[in-house]
Design a protein around this ligand. Structure first.
Ligand code: AKB
Length: 376
């Protein structure tokens, strides 16, 4: 269990002593935080057990932050867990005083559907929070003299195709095309990318006491992510994972987009692996700050067919919601991931068929047993 589990009120790492080197994960209680904390903890254990004979030094402590208390199974993967808001400057200052932060995974965000109901709040959390974390990273770099590596999960939501004909003609979009987002979340993610690039390359460019390159900013534009362990909430790509989990749990599902809607998806393990690969790539091999990655692009009908094949009694209907449909229609069908392949060796693991047969179905069936009746 974490040594600190606080609402930002008490501290356990004594100040005045040497600060422990730390990895900070914000939004740790979310879908991606779940998978990432597990992977970081596993990496740390491998590091501790390594018998290569080299002195790797002490592994960094893992510090998690979320607006809600972490579930015990997530908290078990970190050393310190803080319940707090990324907009709370006092809490961020306290982290600065307590830890020597070497890496930040800034996952906290309000997703695209939730953001449309409260756009100004989404902006405050998604852009204001990102700015606070980038500032924290830059101040950390100033205090310990080393560049802080910063991971920012961006999204296909930064793209905005104006209509279906343009979407069909655009095909696989590259990082520079069609960056005119429709949703507030997309605007916020694009702003986060620009801010990250600024802190990496130009932070306080005119200040006499500026330190060069305080933040090493790296970002991936993720597609919809499907996890066998968690169900997303607040996103617009949620129909894919919702359909699968509903069928496994024996619940009917009304899909909120048309059957011919097509956007890119990937599995959670692919997303986590991509994150760790990009973060460990040598800076000299990176030609950009922000990368597309791509795995598979099923239509909602393709999803439904695979789900029905696995769960023959699945009750799936289509009841498109005009607003959410229009957001999905503005996202590309696929992304050009050539730069990620060339620079840091990105390769997708799954096709949509193997994502179902090798990852989703075996794990989901176990999760929902005995109510599930998945066909092997
Ligand atoms: C959302 O639907 O908002 C997210 C995303 C595509 O970034 N899953």
């Amino acid at each position: 269990m974490p040594r600190t589990s606080s609402h930002g009120h008490h501290t356990s790492a004594p100040t005045g002593q040497q600060r422990a080197t730390a990895i900070l994960v914000t939004g740790a209680g979310g879908e991606m935080g779940h998978g990432l904390l597990e992977a970081l903890d596993a990496r740390r254990k491998r590091h501790a057990e390594c018998s290569c004979g080299k002195d790797h030094g002490p592994a960094p402590v893992i510090v998690a932050m979320d607006i809600r208390e972490l579930a015990p199974e997530i908290a078990s993967h970190c050393d310190h867990a803080f319940v707090g808001d990324i907009c709370d400057h006092a809490l961020l200052e306290r982290l600065l005083a307590m830890f020597e932060i070497a890496e930040i995974y800034h996952l906290a965000a309000l997703l695209s559907t939730r953001g449309e109901f409260a756009p100004e709040t989404a902006h405050q959390v998604n852009v204001g929070g990102t700015l606070n974390l980038l500032h924290l990273a830059a101040e950390q770099a100033r205090s310990h003299g080393r560049t802080v590596r910063f991971f920012f999960p961006s999204s296909i939501a930064v793209y905005g195709l104006p209509d279906l004909a343009t979407k069909a003609n655009a095909g696989r979009v590259n990082e520079g095309e069609w960056c005119e987002p429709q949703s507030m979340y997309g605007c916020n993610k694009l702003a986060g990318e620009h801010l990250g690039r600024y802190y990496d390359r130009h932070y306080r460019s005119l200040a006499k006491d500026r330190i060069g390159h305080p933040v090493d900013f790296r970002s991936i534009r993720f597609p919809g992510i499907i996890s066998s362990d968690t169900i997303p909430s607040g996103g617009t790509s949620d129909y894919g994972p919702e359909m699968i989990h509903a069928a496994a749990a024996g619940r009917p599902y009304a899909c909120f987009v048309r059957g011919d809607s097509r956007i890119p998806f990937m599995t959670m393990p692919e997303a986590i692996e991509a994150t760790l690969s990009l973060m460990k790539a040598p800076k000299t091999s990176l030609t950009r700050a922000v990368y597309n990655i791509s795995s598979f692009s099923p239509s909602a009908d393709d999803f439904a067919e695979l789900v029905r094949r696995a769960f023959p009694s699945a009750a799936i209907s289509f009841e498109p919601d005009a607003g959410r449909q229009s957001i999905v229609d503005s996202w590309p069908t696929d992304c050009d991931d050539a730069a990620a392949r060339a620079d840091w060796g990105w390769r997708p693991v799954h096709t949509v068929q193997s994502a179902f047969s090798e990852y989703l179905l075996p794990r989901i069936a176990a999760r929902y047993a005995p109510s599930s009746h998945a066909r092997a």
